[in-house]
Ligand binder design. Structure first.
Ligand SMILES: *[C@@H]1O[C@H](CO)[C@@H](O)[C@H](O)[C@H]1NC(C)=O
Ligand SMILES: *[C@@H]1O[C@H](CO)[C@@H](O)[C@H](O)[C@H]1NC(C)=O
Ligand SMILES: *[C@@H]1O[C@H](CO)[C@@H](O)[C@H](O)[C@H]1NC(C)=O
Ligand SMILES: *[C@@H]1O[C@H](CO)[C@@H](O)[C@H](O)[C@H]1NC(C)=O
Ligand SMILES: *[C@@H]1O[C@H](CO)[C@@H](O)[C@H](O)[C@H]1NC(C)=O
Length: 264
């Protein structure tokens, strides 16, 4: 009896929803005035979507689905990062799955989250995915940041995409979401995490490895930790801090390599 209680306690202590990191926990840069996004906003199946296309030729049957953080399309860093995916050769789509209600830079994420659960977020996301598939996109590589990490997790669990990557994810359950992934998914997944993240901490990242690592996740799993940076590092970097700049680029390069390795 005593042992049973103890085991229950241990299990409960280990399964945790990764907390969303408050707006103040993100680094907000001063973006130079002259930086303009290259893409355009379109309405796709009723959903505002930022679309960035490569300048040269690209494979029309493959696309990157870009899932933003809580700051959404109003955050220029998100648009510029989507442009970076386009510059790497992929038509890139960032749906406004925040329903026109992105968190302001000084917003209260706890209060905001009440209206941004899966019930509100999933329908616009799936509406855009459906439209992309209907337009002939056969391979969808999805990349998600912070808030987007949960939806990458769901799209992997639901076998909706071809390959997934996420950076400093929030709101997912460690380890149960990864245990489910291992049971039901055939989609390869990569994670970039930050040493100083207070949400998806290195401890949670290591716990994820115990489920997914060492070849346990057959479709493919890779995790890379970036030291000296915190939550949000893959989206926004302090341009005067070489560690932050290198980590942001490193996360992009790692995700890009993963995606390229898993597309046909
Ligand atoms: C643009 O630059 C000017 C001059 O440096 C500055 O006063 C202004 O605040 C900047 N605007 C934005 C939106 O950054
Ligand atoms: C796209 O729409 C978002 C949300 O309304 C806006 O903040 C952003 O500036 C727009 N981007 C472009 C390139 O028009
Ligand atoms: C944020 O919102 C939550 C829930 O509405 C509230 O309990 C909390 O006090 C707020 N935090 C701040 C810093 O205003
Ligand atoms: C994934 O599938 C579950 C179970 O059918 C569903 O509740 C959820 O909305 C789906 N999520 C996404 C993002 O596809
Ligand atoms: C950006 O990095 C520089 C160099 O490390 C540092 O002096 C500055 O305080 C940082 N800015 C912010 C807002 O963290």
């Amino acid at each position: 009896m005593k042992l049973l209680l103890c085991l229950t306690f241990v299990a409960a202590a280990q399964a945790a929803i990764v907390p969303a990191v408050d707006a103040s926990g993100h680094f907000h840069p001063t973006i130079p005035n002259d930086t303009q996004p290259e893409g355009k906003n379109h309405t796709i199946n009723g959903v505002l979507t930022y679309v960035s296309l490569p300048k040269g030729e690209f494979d029309p049957t493959t696309a990157v689905l870009f899932l933003t953080d809580v700051f959404g399309l109003p955050n220029l860093d998100n648009l510029l990062l989507a442009d970076q995916w386009a510059a790497a050769g992929f038509q890139t789509y960032a749906p406004d799955y925040l329903n026109g209600d992105a968190l302001p830079p000084d917003g209260n994420v706890t209060a905001w989250a009440v209206n941004h659960g899966e019930a509100q977020t999933t329908p616009p996301l799936l509406a855009v995915i459906k439209a992309l598939k209907d337009q002939g996109i056969k391979q969808l590589a999805a990349t998600g940041y912070c808030f987007g990490g949960l939806y990458i997790t769901r799209l992997v669990q639901n076998n909706t995409i071809t390959v997934g990557t996420m950076a400093h994810p929030s709101n997912l359950n460690v380890p149960t979401d990864f245990q489910l992934m291992k049971e039901v998914s055939h989609i390869p997944i990569e994670i970039n995490n930050a040493q100083l993240d207070t949400g998806f901490t290195p401890a949670l990242a290591e716990e994820t490895d115990t489920v997914m690592g060492d070849g346990q996740y057959k479709p493919g799993y890779f995790r890379r930790q970036f030291d000296g940076v915190g939550h949000g590092f893959a989206v926004t970097a302090n341009a005067s801090d070489p560690v932050a700049v290198a980590a942001k680029q490193g996360a992009f390069d790692t995700s890009l390599a993963w995606i390229k390795a898993h597309l046909k």
